[in-house]
Design a protein around this ligand. Sequence first.
Ligand code: TYM
Length: 332
Amino acid sequence: MKETVVSGIRSTGKLHIGNYYGAVKSFIQMQHEYNCYFFIADLHSLTTHPTPADLHGNIKQVLVEYLACGIDPEVSTIYLQSDVPEIAELYLYLNMNAYKGELERSTSFKDKVRANPDNVNAGLLTYPVLMAADILIHKATKVPVGKDQEQHLEMARTFGNRFNRLYNQEYFPEPYAFTYAKGLVKVPGLDGKGKMGKSEGEGNAVYLSDTPEVIRKKVSKAVTDGGPTAPNQEKPEAIQNLFELMRIVSSADTLDHFEAQYNAMAIRYGDFKKQLAEDMILTTAPFRERINEIASDTDYLRKVARYGAEKARESASKTIKEVRELIGFRSF
Ligand code: TYM
């Protein structure tokens, strides 16, 4: 039997190249080898209180972009999290054995509290429990995600194992983060500080749907410095990040060329950034074209979502039925 894979993306808008190289690219490659479930985490996105119109638009955008990246709805199961109420039910059961202390220690929770001290809601605190439910509902063992999700996967294993111990059954298998890259990926942003992300400020992320002009503009504004002051000098973070982006989108020859120039103190950041922008444009071009095509086909999108929800519910309802039995909800 094929191993099961689950992964999701929050429905907070457009996909950036961090999402693609960190997670989506591996999903696409996994489709033919594994039993794959890919979903849009629209319940998770409620922690930030989107308006109904924003939520609807963002869900559509993510669905379109997933498909444009190459997720094949005939091969994989692609669905909206909110179309599978069994996930919310499992979340409720798992919440009974998730403790405030461990949830408060989660790095992403602490980051969110720091960023938005006025909106520390229970959904935010239990975000990792909902994520565990997403994964455990299909008894998945492999979860293609970026480096930032590693701790959430550890928590999913904790909650699954705790359930197994409590009901004295080896019921949920242990899910692990997985990608085809060496180790989990962290794609840096253009602001010189850290990872590429939607909430890291305008200009930090390059989106798959960005036009070539926008990409050129964003990359040209990326943070650099006055240049190396000694041969073979260690690169400061902002420069290292741009080299890392080049490693991801450019050929090995191009990367070697600019590495050599940096080491010889002959690098011209203008040329370096121009090349980086052109390679980003090239790698994202096929997605951009398909995004526009698919977005205009509402009938197709509706069919994909309906078909995906049906397939996802088939698997999810089987799990929830067994879980209810194990917990002790049995018919008389
Ligand atoms: P989200 O929507 O923030 O990101 C979606 C995926 O993209 C990866 N990613 C990155 N990878 C490398 N470098 C980056 N700069 C970068 N930015 C984002 C993320 O690691 C993720 O794999 N909690 C999840 C969504 C989710 C989920 C799940 C994932 C909900 N339930 C169950 C897997 C399984 C999230 O917020 O991802």
